[in-house]
Design a protein around this ligand. Structure first.
Ligand SMILES: NC(=O)c1ccc[n+]([C@@H]2O[C@H](COP(=O)([O-])OP(=O)(O)OC[C@H]3O[C@@H](n4cnc5c(N)ncnc54)[C@H](OP(=O)(O)O)[C@@H]3O)[C@@H](O)[C@H]2O)c1
Length: 323
């Protein structure tokens, strides 16, 4: 599968590093707003084609999958153009600015019969089934509470601070905490609430979210773009708990029994970077002729965007695209 990478920032570099480690998938092209940036990126990562505009990359007939690594604000236009050109897309999280844009893109993809997926990498990792098996085996009894934190000190990074780039911690980091819950506890959400501390620019810098699920599980989640979090997730049950370190790329799961007695530590399989699974899932979906990946169905992408819309509405965190 030949991948065209759009954007040359932090995550685009991670994608390039990851694809170098795979044999079934290759980084074939990179697209930037500037030709010299594309050329430098292609040279650094040994990528055959470099385009000085996103449109030029989208027009390349030899690309099998376009990976979109721009700020959230720019996902919509680039994905729309790619789908209209018939190109399958893997779009970084958060998928779009809001659920309205998400619905529009998913409808378009279905009309055009083009594959599109959200690059929420944790969903595609083998650790998901390891944790699901631990829960269903009854090792921790009946789950009653989930806590999860994700925090990085990001300074005044423009992508986080600016409303027109869809800033804030929620779309960047809180999305992992919400997915952490949904991956393991897909029951209906009876209520969701939260609070946040905002930047001078009106973006949520640190937030907390509480969810009560229909099956009686209470979830308490935090995300922050202004401090170093422990980034740990805990699934607490009547007979023990699972401590997942960390929710952004789980490396180990500690299983504790009653009274927090240590039982075992489980490590995840050896990774390239942890991003490889999302590319392999796209490849498999394309081979199978599917329009969405099994690991992250479109309805989940839409539902998570709706949850984030409702939280932002409560907090008064607004983007220019929210009309
Ligand atoms: N999965 C993960 O672990 C992970 C980690 C970090 C970020 N992300 C996601 O990846 C996306 C990009 O994040 P990033 O940290 O890579 O951002 P970044 O370092 O700021 O890079 C973003 C890239 O997008 C392009 N771009 C297009 N319009 C832009 C604009 N108006 N301002 C700035 N850049 C613009 C630029 O590439 P050109 O100049 O070449 O056009 C830039 O290099 C976001 O959706 C983010 O949530 C995911």
């Amino acid at each position: 599968m030949r991948v065209g990478i759009i954007g040359t920032g932090r995550i685009a570099e991670k994608a390039a590093i990851t694809l170098r480690g795979l044999t079934e998938v290759e980084a074939y092209a990179v697209g930037s707003r500037h030709q010299d940036t594309a050329d430098a990126f292609a040279k650094k990562w040994d990528i055959p084609k470099a385009y000085g505009s996103y449109a030029a990359l989208i027009a390349d007939p030899d690309i099998d999958l376009i990976y979109i690594g721009t700020p959230h604000s720019h996902h919509f236009d680039v994905t729309r153009e790619a789908i209209l050109s018939g190109k399958p897309c893997l779009v970084e999280k958060a998928f779009m600015a809001n659920s309205r844009q998400t619905q529009e893109i998913l409808d378009l993809a279905h009309q055009q019969k083009v594959f599109v997926a959200e690059a929420i990498w944790t969903r595609y990792q083998p650790v998901v089934s390891i944790i699901l098996d631990l829960i269903s085996s009854g090792r921790i009894g009946e789950p009653r509470m989930v806590t999860a934190t994700l925090g990085y000190s990001m300074g005044n990074k423009e992508r986080i601070m600016r409303p027109d780039l869809c800033g804030g911690a929620l779309l960047d980091l809180g999305v992992y905490a919400l997915n952490f819950v949904r991956m393991f506890f897909p029951a209906d959400i009876l209520c969701i609430d939260g609070h946040c501390v905002k930047s001078d620019t009106g973006m949520d810098l640190t937030n907390t979210m509480t969810l009560i699920l229909k099956d009686g599980v209470l979830c308490n989640l935090q995300s922050s773009a202004s401090c170093v979090g422990d980034n740990i997730g805990v699934i607490a049950g009547t007979e023990g708990n699972l401590i997942i370190d960390n929710i952004n790329n789980p490396q180990q799961i500690t299983v504790n029994g009653p009274n927090r007695t240590f039982i075992e530590t489980i490590r995840v399989p050896q990774q390239i970077t942890g991003y490889e699974y999302q590319f392999l899932a796209c490849r498999q979906a394309l081979i199978d002729g599917r329009l969405e990946p099994v690991e992250m169905p479109h309805k989940e992408t839409l539902y998570i965007m709706q949850l984030m819309d409702s939280l932002r509405q409560k907090w008064g965190v607004r983007y220019p695209m929210d009309i």
